[in-house]
Design a protein around this ligand. Structure first.
Ligand code: SF4
Length: 121
């Protein structure tokens, strides 16, 4: 067998492995955002959060969001960044105004924006 053919077989195996990984949860490949896009998205979400009076989710909802992210195949665990939007999850998950960018699966519990959860009832 030639070296060229061996390389083709190895590349094919890698493609199969990537397809198998994505298909096991019916995931689609999502190209990670560029650094510029990450900064834009995070800044936009931060502006919305501040404009709404910086409302935070409850401690339980924050824990639920982090657990969902830790189990999510899109998480980039080295820096705790979301692979879809690029945001820093440990910050963004606290913000009641923020939402998970994965619109195919409801990973974060929906929030009621009529009353901030960090206010006492
Ligand atoms: S924000 Fe959503 S898509 Fe991003 S890592 Fe968390 S659960 Fe996954």
């Amino acid at each position: 067998m030639t070296e060229k053919r061996k390389k083709e077989i190895e590349l094919h195996k890698e493609d199969d492995a990537i397809d198998a990984f994505l298909n096991k949860d019916n995931l689609k490949y999502v190209k990670p955002p560029s650094m510029l896009q990450m900064i834009k998205t995070f800044s936009k979400d931060l502006v919305t959060y501040v404009a709404e009076g910086a409302p935070n989710v409850s401690a339980e909802d924050y824990a639920q969001r982090l657990d969902a992210c830790k189990a999510c195949p899109y998480l980039k665990p080295t820096h705790m960044r979301c692979g879809m939007c690029g945001c820093l999850i440990e910050h963004k998950a606290k913000w009641k105004t923020a939402s998970c960018p994965d619109k195919d699966v409801e990973r974060w519990k929906p929030q009621n924006m009529t009353k901030p959860s960090n206010e006492k009832e």
